[in-house]
Ligand binder design. Structure first.
Ligand code: PGA
Length: 247
Protein backbone atom coordinates (compact mmCIF):
# COMPACT_ATOMS: atom_id res chain seq x y z
CA UNK A 1 0.00 0.00 0.00
CA UNK A 2 1.26 3.50 -0.83
CA UNK A 3 0.97 5.94 2.03
CA UNK A 4 0.41 9.48 0.86
CA UNK A 5 1.49 11.22 4.08
CA UNK A 6 5.10 10.29 4.76
CA UNK A 7 6.90 10.62 8.07
CA UNK A 8 10.39 12.08 7.71
CA UNK A 9 12.38 11.94 10.93
CA UNK A 10 15.94 13.11 11.51
CA UNK A 11 18.23 11.42 14.02
CA UNK A 12 21.03 13.73 15.11
CA UNK A 13 22.71 10.94 17.11
CA UNK A 14 25.47 12.30 19.38
CA UNK A 15 25.83 15.48 17.35
CA UNK A 16 24.73 19.01 18.03
CA UNK A 17 25.39 21.86 20.43
CA UNK A 18 22.99 24.68 21.20
CA UNK A 19 24.29 26.70 18.23
CA UNK A 20 23.30 23.90 15.86
CA UNK A 21 19.64 24.38 16.72
CA UNK A 22 19.78 27.16 14.11
CA UNK A 23 19.57 24.31 11.56
CA UNK A 24 16.40 23.00 13.19
CA UNK A 25 14.95 26.50 13.26
CA UNK A 26 15.75 26.87 9.57
CA UNK A 27 13.67 23.74 8.93
CA UNK A 28 10.83 25.21 10.96
CA UNK A 29 10.97 28.50 9.04
CA UNK A 30 11.10 26.81 5.64
CA UNK A 31 8.10 24.64 6.48
CA UNK A 32 6.17 27.68 7.68
CA UNK A 33 6.85 29.43 4.36
CA UNK A 34 6.11 26.38 2.22
CA UNK A 35 4.16 23.80 4.23
CA UNK A 36 4.37 20.08 3.53
CA UNK A 37 1.67 17.46 3.87
CA UNK A 38 4.28 15.14 5.36
CA UNK A 39 5.03 14.72 9.06
CA UNK A 40 8.47 16.01 10.00
CA UNK A 41 10.41 15.25 13.17
CA UNK A 42 13.90 15.74 14.56
CA UNK A 43 15.35 13.55 17.31
CA UNK A 44 17.95 15.43 19.31
CA UNK A 45 20.52 14.49 21.94
CA UNK A 46 18.84 14.66 25.36
CA UNK A 47 20.75 17.82 26.25
CA UNK A 48 19.06 19.78 23.46
CA UNK A 49 15.48 18.58 23.74
CA UNK A 50 14.10 21.21 26.09
CA UNK A 51 15.70 24.04 24.18
CA UNK A 52 14.72 22.55 20.81
CA UNK A 53 11.12 22.13 21.95
CA UNK A 54 11.04 25.75 23.02
CA UNK A 55 12.59 27.07 19.81
CA UNK A 56 10.46 24.88 17.52
CA UNK A 57 7.21 25.59 19.36
CA UNK A 58 4.26 26.42 17.13
CA UNK A 59 5.94 25.00 14.03
CA UNK A 60 5.59 21.82 11.99
CA UNK A 61 8.69 20.06 13.34
CA UNK A 62 7.98 17.41 15.98
CA UNK A 63 10.65 16.92 18.63
CA UNK A 64 11.98 13.53 19.64
CA UNK A 65 14.52 11.75 21.81
CA UNK A 66 16.83 8.97 20.63
CA UNK A 67 16.42 6.47 23.45
CA UNK A 68 14.75 6.20 26.83
CA UNK A 69 15.06 4.12 29.96
CA UNK A 70 12.31 1.61 30.67
CA UNK A 71 11.71 2.96 34.19
CA UNK A 72 10.01 6.28 34.87
CA UNK A 73 12.61 7.31 37.48
CA UNK A 74 15.10 5.81 39.89
CA UNK A 75 18.73 5.02 40.58
CA UNK A 76 19.91 4.76 36.96
CA UNK A 77 22.83 7.17 36.80
CA UNK A 78 23.20 8.82 33.41
CA UNK A 79 19.89 7.60 32.00
CA UNK A 80 16.89 9.57 30.80
CA UNK A 81 13.33 8.29 31.13
CA UNK A 82 10.51 8.58 28.62
CA UNK A 83 8.63 10.67 31.13
CA UNK A 84 11.56 13.10 31.30
CA UNK A 85 11.69 13.37 27.50
CA UNK A 86 7.99 14.13 27.45
CA UNK A 87 8.41 16.67 30.22
CA UNK A 88 11.19 18.36 28.23
CA UNK A 89 8.85 18.77 25.26
CA UNK A 90 9.38 15.65 23.13
CA UNK A 91 6.52 13.83 21.44
CA UNK A 92 8.55 11.10 19.69
CA UNK A 93 11.28 8.72 20.78
CA UNK A 94 13.49 6.34 18.81
CA UNK A 95 13.93 2.97 20.52
CA UNK A 96 16.03 -0.04 19.59
CA UNK A 97 18.35 1.77 17.18
CA UNK A 98 21.03 -0.68 15.99
CA UNK A 99 23.69 1.52 17.59
CA UNK A 100 21.97 0.85 20.93
CA UNK A 101 21.36 -2.83 20.21
CA UNK A 102 24.97 -3.43 19.14
CA UNK A 103 26.84 -0.90 21.26
CA UNK A 104 24.84 -1.19 24.49
CA UNK A 105 23.68 -4.79 24.28
CA UNK A 106 19.98 -4.01 24.08
CA UNK A 107 17.84 -7.08 23.45
CA UNK A 108 14.39 -7.26 21.88
CA UNK A 109 12.95 -7.59 25.39
CA UNK A 110 14.78 -4.41 26.49
CA UNK A 111 13.41 -2.59 23.47
CA UNK A 112 9.87 -3.82 24.16
CA UNK A 113 10.12 -2.54 27.75
CA UNK A 114 11.26 0.86 26.48
CA UNK A 115 8.36 0.95 24.02
CA UNK A 116 5.96 0.34 26.91
CA UNK A 117 7.63 3.13 28.89
CA UNK A 118 7.30 5.47 25.92
CA UNK A 119 3.59 4.71 25.61
CA UNK A 120 3.05 5.22 29.36
CA UNK A 121 4.71 8.61 29.04
CA UNK A 122 2.59 9.60 26.05
CA UNK A 123 5.41 9.46 23.52
CA UNK A 124 5.09 7.97 20.04
CA UNK A 125 7.82 5.34 19.69
CA UNK A 126 9.80 4.75 16.50
CA UNK A 127 11.01 1.17 16.85
CA UNK A 128 14.12 0.28 14.82
CA UNK A 129 14.89 -3.10 13.33
CA UNK A 130 17.49 -4.23 10.80
CA UNK A 131 19.85 -7.02 9.84
CA UNK A 132 23.65 -7.05 9.69
CA UNK A 133 25.50 -7.71 6.44
CA UNK A 134 26.46 -11.14 7.70
CA UNK A 135 22.83 -11.99 8.30
CA UNK A 136 21.82 -10.72 4.85
CA UNK A 137 24.62 -12.63 3.14
CA UNK A 138 23.48 -15.76 4.94
CA UNK A 139 19.99 -15.27 3.45
CA UNK A 140 18.50 -14.60 6.89
CA UNK A 141 17.56 -10.93 6.60
CA UNK A 142 13.77 -11.33 6.55
CA UNK A 143 13.83 -13.94 9.32
CA UNK A 144 16.04 -11.74 11.55
CA UNK A 145 14.01 -8.59 11.01
CA UNK A 146 10.60 -10.19 11.45
CA UNK A 147 12.01 -11.83 14.60
CA UNK A 148 12.98 -8.38 15.89
CA UNK A 149 9.51 -7.09 15.07
CA UNK A 150 7.94 -9.96 17.02
CA UNK A 151 10.24 -9.48 20.02
CA UNK A 152 10.39 -5.68 20.16
CA UNK A 153 6.75 -4.73 19.67
CA UNK A 154 4.66 -5.37 22.79
CA UNK A 155 0.94 -6.02 22.71
CA UNK A 156 0.49 -2.58 24.33
CA UNK A 157 1.08 -1.04 20.89
CA UNK A 158 -2.25 -2.35 19.58
CA UNK A 159 -4.29 0.66 18.50
CA UNK A 160 -1.53 3.13 19.46
CA UNK A 161 0.38 5.59 17.27
CA UNK A 162 3.87 4.31 16.55
CA UNK A 163 6.26 3.72 13.68
CA UNK A 164 8.72 1.01 12.73
CA UNK A 165 12.01 1.93 11.08
CA UNK A 166 13.73 -0.66 8.91
CA UNK A 167 17.42 0.17 9.00
CA UNK A 168 19.82 -2.40 7.56
CA UNK A 169 22.89 -2.10 9.79
CA UNK A 170 25.19 -2.21 6.77
CA UNK A 171 23.45 0.80 5.22
CA UNK A 172 23.78 3.09 8.24
CA UNK A 173 26.38 5.80 7.75
CA UNK A 174 28.02 3.87 4.92
CA UNK A 175 26.58 5.52 1.82
CA UNK A 176 25.33 2.09 0.76
CA UNK A 177 21.62 1.45 0.34
CA UNK A 178 19.65 -1.70 -0.41
CA UNK A 179 18.08 -2.09 -3.84
CA UNK A 180 14.52 -0.96 -4.29
CA UNK A 181 13.61 -4.63 -4.56
CA UNK A 182 15.27 -5.45 -1.21
CA UNK A 183 13.47 -2.54 0.46
CA UNK A 184 10.12 -3.59 -1.01
CA UNK A 185 10.60 -7.21 0.05
CA UNK A 186 11.49 -6.27 3.63
CA UNK A 187 8.78 -3.66 4.07
CA UNK A 188 6.17 -6.13 2.81
CA UNK A 189 7.43 -8.72 5.31
CA UNK A 190 7.32 -6.17 8.15
CA UNK A 191 3.79 -5.17 7.17
CA UNK A 192 2.66 -8.80 7.28
CA UNK A 193 4.24 -9.20 10.71
CA UNK A 194 2.62 -5.99 11.95
CA UNK A 195 -0.82 -7.00 10.73
CA UNK A 196 -0.50 -10.53 12.14
CA UNK A 197 0.73 -9.38 15.54
CA UNK A 198 -1.08 -6.12 16.13
CA UNK A 199 -3.57 -5.62 13.32
CA UNK A 200 -1.42 -2.61 12.34
CA UNK A 201 -2.32 -2.13 8.68
CA UNK A 202 -1.45 1.57 8.44
CA UNK A 203 1.40 2.04 10.93
CA UNK A 204 4.18 3.83 9.02
CA UNK A 205 7.22 1.72 8.19
CA UNK A 206 10.15 4.08 7.66
CA UNK A 207 13.28 3.21 5.75
CA UNK A 208 16.60 4.32 7.27
CA UNK A 209 20.24 4.00 6.24
CA UNK A 210 22.16 6.49 4.09
CA UNK A 211 19.04 8.36 2.94
CA UNK A 212 20.16 11.56 1.20
CA UNK A 213 18.64 14.20 -1.09
CA UNK A 214 19.66 12.19 -4.16
CA UNK A 215 18.20 8.79 -3.28
CA UNK A 216 15.22 9.88 -1.15
CA UNK A 217 12.59 10.10 -3.89
CA UNK A 218 13.35 6.61 -5.18
CA UNK A 219 13.36 5.01 -1.72
CA UNK A 220 10.23 6.84 -0.57
CA UNK A 221 8.30 5.74 -3.66
CA UNK A 222 8.69 2.05 -2.79
CA UNK A 223 5.52 0.23 -1.74
CA UNK A 224 5.04 0.23 2.04
CA UNK A 225 7.76 2.82 2.63
CA UNK A 226 5.91 5.27 4.86
CA UNK A 227 8.79 7.65 5.43
CA UNK A 228 12.46 7.89 6.28
CA UNK A 229 14.69 7.92 9.32
CA UNK A 230 17.62 10.12 8.38
CA UNK A 231 20.94 10.30 10.22
CA UNK A 232 23.81 12.27 8.70
CA UNK A 233 21.67 14.15 6.18
CA UNK A 234 19.42 15.51 8.95
CA UNK A 235 22.15 17.67 10.46
CA UNK A 236 21.95 20.33 7.75
CA UNK A 237 18.62 22.04 7.14
CA UNK A 238 19.05 22.16 3.35
CA UNK A 239 19.71 18.44 3.00
CA UNK A 240 16.96 17.47 5.40
CA UNK A 241 14.45 19.77 3.70
CA UNK A 242 15.37 18.32 0.30
CA UNK A 243 14.45 14.88 1.67
CA UNK A 244 11.20 16.22 3.13
CA UNK A 245 10.35 17.75 -0.25
CA UNK A 246 11.25 14.55 -2.11
CA UNK A 247 8.66 12.59 -0.18
P1 PGA B 1 22.42 7.55 8.29
O1 PGA B 1 21.82 7.03 9.69
O2 PGA B 1 21.32 8.25 7.57
O3 PGA B 1 23.53 8.48 8.68
O4 PGA B 1 22.90 6.34 7.56
C1 PGA B 1 20.50 6.55 9.78
C2 PGA B 1 20.20 6.11 11.18
O5 PGA B 1 21.07 5.48 11.81
O6 PGA B 1 19.10 6.37 11.71
Amino acid sequence: MKQSVKMIVGNWKMNGLAADLAQAEAVKTALAEAPTANRVGLCFPATLIAQAAWRLKGGAVEVGGQDCHAAASGAFTGSVSAKMLKDAGASLVIVGHSERRAGFGETDADVAAKVEAALRAGLEPIVCVGETLEERDAGRAVEVVTGQVAGSLPEALRGQAFAVAYEPVWAIGTGRTPTVHQVAEMHAAIRRALVDRLGAATTPILYGGSVNPKNAAELLAVDEVGGALVGGASLKADDFLAIVRAA
